[in-house]
Design a protein around this ligand. Structure first.
Ligand code: ATP
Length: 217
């Protein structure tokens, strides 16, 4: 079994998140993706942060009916900060033995990896799938290469056949190349604050939920 773990703040979840998860599911032939909203993300300020129960509910609405996608409340059940290493270890213990896990991250998130708790232990534990644009020698890919070599290990080498960075002791970093999706939760929050439409940027069910609850105004 191959399972992807897709963590984030999902404040709010948007159509880009759904596209990323469903595309990666088929491109990497995963059996499932677990979407994990962070209760108390160490990297994001609490300003404009909707309560975890609301973010969880919106995430469930967004992924409802998407085959292979399930939403986990594991980070809401843990007291204190949400750390990816704890979440990964939780799933390593609770999923059936032999499950191959992958952690899915946008490039912006991955480039902050060296600020995550126990990030080297994380790199020893789980392969990453990092979303980049399909442009050869793009600034994004250069940034990823430089980051890996300066902040993680200079012994990662790129394998063009597998589209991944490999290492003799750390886990691989796979590239998932796709054209940019120009949607972010930040822009959605800003639009809502300004009373501008968000149609198409979030699934309809999420838009209705945001309106009903008057979120991000
Ligand atoms: P914010 O604008 O508040 O920073 P966000 O839109 O990046 O939020 P997150 O919940 O932080 O949403 O995202 C979860 C994961 O999805 C992260 O790894 C992030 O890099 C990735 N991601 C989010 N939006 C995109 C996008 N449009 N293209 C590629 N990756 C994305």
């Amino acid at each position: 079994m191959k399972t992807g773990l897709f963590g984030g703040t999902f404040n709010p979840v948007h159509s880009g998140h759904v596209m990323i998860a469903t595309d990666i599911l088929s491109c990497f032939a995963l059996d499932g993706i677990i979407i994990i909203p962070a209760a108390s993300p160490p990297h994001k300020t609490a300003e404009f942060m909707a309560d975890i129960s609301l973010r969880l509910e919106m995430t469930r609405l967004a992924f409802n009916g998407q085959p292979g996608c399930t939403v986990s409340d594991i980070e809401t059940r843990r007291v204190g900060r949400s750390y990816t290493i704890d979440t990964v270890n939780h799933f390593r213990k609770t999923l059936p033995a032999g499950t191959d896990l992958f952690f899915i991250a946008g490039l912006d998130a991955f480039l902050e990896l060296d600020t995550w708790k126990d990030y080297l232990a994380l790199m020893e534990t789980i392969p990453f799938i990092v979303i980049t644009r399909p442009v050869p020698d793009s600034p994004e890919k250069e940034a990823l290469k430089t980051f890996l070599s300066l902040k993680i290990s200079d012994r990662y080498t790129f394998s063009p056949d597998k589209a991944c960075y490999e290492h003799e002791t750390l886990r691989p970093v796979f590239l998932y190349e796709r054209p940019a999706i120009h949607i972010s939760s930040t822009e959605i929050r800003e639009r809502l604050k300004q009373g501008r439409p968000i149609r198409g940027m979030v699934p309809d069910s999420v838009e209705q939920f945001i309106k009903k609850k008057g979120l991000y105004q």
